[in-house]
Design a protein around this ligand. Sequence first.
Ligand code: DGJ
Length: 744
Amino acid sequence: MNIKYIEDKRLFKIDTEATSYVIGIVGKEGFVGHAYYGESIEDDDVTYLLRIFEGPFTPDTNERDRLSFYDCFPFEYPTHGIGDFRESALRIEDEAGHYSNNLKYKSHMIYKGKKGLAGLPATWGNEEDSMSLELTLSDYEANIDVVLTYSIFEGVDAVVRSAKIINNSGKAVFLTKAASASIDLDNKDFDKINLYGSWARERHINRTPVSYGIQGMYSKRGEPGHQEHPFTCLLEKNATQTQGEVYGMDLIYSGNFRTITDRNQFDLVRLMTGINPEDFRWKLENGDTFVTPEAVLVYSNEGIGGMSRSFHDLYREHLIRGYYRDKKRPILINNWEATYFDFNEQKLISIVDEASKLGIEMLVMDDGWFGNRFDDNSSLGDWFVNEDKLKGGIKYLVDEVNKRGMKFGIWFEPEMISPVSKLYEAHPEWAIHVEGRKPGLARNQMVLDYTRKDVRDYIYGLIKNVLSSANIEYVKWDMNRPLSDIGGAEIAKDRLGEFMHRYTLGVYEVMERLVTDFPKLLLENCSGGGGRFDAGMLYFGPQIWCSDDADAIERLVIQEGTELIYPLSAMGAHVSDCPNHIVGRVTPFRTRGHVALAGTFGYELDVTRIPEEDRNMIPAQIEMYHKYNDLVRTGDYYRIASYAQNGKFDCWQVVSKDKTTALVTCVLVRRSPNTRSRNIKLQGLACDKRYRLLNEDGSEYINGMAGEEKADRVYYGLTLMNAGINVTEAWGDNQSMLIYVKEV
Ligand code: DGJ
């Protein structure tokens, strides 16, 4: 890891373990361009990659055709209005309405360590394990500076970037675009991958060619949403899980985002991410600064899998914080699908009585414990325990749960207000609304105006009271509707365009207070399932509820898309009820367990009412969680087969960092008649280590040769990766198996 300025060549070179990122200053005026990002290179003069000597496009020698230069130069942070007609990263309007800006090199600073971003989630590091470059560009005519900050981390092949805009113009200006990162790459016959979906089917993988012009994903919902995701991956057409060049770009942000590709006339592809410029207009007074969210760039020449592993390492080691960052999470049982709103303290205690015997470690009391909440039509905002439902109050219940040896967690939806609530009676103006217009409801609820400090203080005060009243060790922070009808009683007319971003900053502020006041609290984010599964949220809580769809087969697709970027340790996954409440599918309990073991693991069912045969499997599943979770949480993830692609069979593998153990999970979704065993190639093992293959009960896995006597075989890693192993098709659909690979 190193960052240097090669003065005689006017190049900045950012080197991670296996990649180089190079920025060049060119011309007398000091234009700043993106020269290279890819596999490591030496400190050679690569200014030729900026192509400033080709054709007529040289600003120093061809004043009559500056626009041709602007329209093809790979600007490191492209501005608007001067003649680069591709998508710009920065657009600023002055008081007269002009919107042209031109940035040139001003100064730079390279230092050890990594600074935080005020009010925003961001990666973190110290002087031993990280390094940063602050590159200041200036619009000398307008007197506006832009500081581009880049940081890297020891042993992680990722570069994080953000931009700070400083207004010294003497007057107020309006930012109408301020992207976090933009990078221009030569098109290598790129495909791109985005994640799309809907409620209950989040983060499905969509791979398409990169076509000319602009393509992208965005959110206007006030959260990333179930439908789109702030992630784009560019990859060579022939790139697979294991080979080919891949660029990933993710955003550490939980609000309105936009991620785009813009392929131009010269086949340069501009890849950009940041706050969605639609509905964004930020007033920057003279002397004020604006900081963008942080973007994450990953390059891998080991295919998609290499990219995923870099994201996982970065997020586990330099984004997620707090008490549970490196710890096994308590196995929880959540009562949502068990009872919905129909519960009281006795019902919950009866679940705990059974759950504690089976080895489950925490009860999470979901929606319905407060106000007059007997269905989803009321009471959001009234965060007072309903003592008719929970006789003896929350302390009594938590003590009873603790007495039975289990921890206690609770559900909140802190950003919401029901029109039927005491809070709304007292403060209708606290709901987001446009004066004189009836706001649209979703799930019969409205959103609180989190741009307001009084609202945030009030809600946080109530949450703090509840959490301080008993031994509550976990919070599920839910959010069940997007933002609409944007307006508020307090926000100034010329600052309405700041509302969406200020809302997100408000949410972050309350979350920060929560994790500061309760440092041992386990915070699990949720938004109607996985509507806000983003890197921003991971800064506050180490895990996120992946989807309301916990059907094991649907989850194969959802979890594959999620694992593309996010570590398994972050993925909220439970064994849920059957027939599944969302799709009605019946899946073996064993398969549900195997799929949930790929995430945080827990249960979402009434353990007192499930078939005895299933209940009897729980202790063994819990034993497996304890046996494998360190590996799953901290290991390297490899995707071997994709049910989403082949429609039949799913397989993934986690390998410990020291390559001494691995866990392979296979799910056979559709059994075909008259087939032979399936060969799968393991990945990520040490070629020269010798391994034994084991079933989940510890017996030898006999490599597809069902019926054969114990053979006591060992295999070199090289063999397991090149020749693979055979997996015999199980009897019936939706069957699964684990293979534990252990060095001998
Ligand atoms: C949506 C969540 O995703 C569910 O798990 C549950 O908490 C409900 N909200 C409660 O209203």
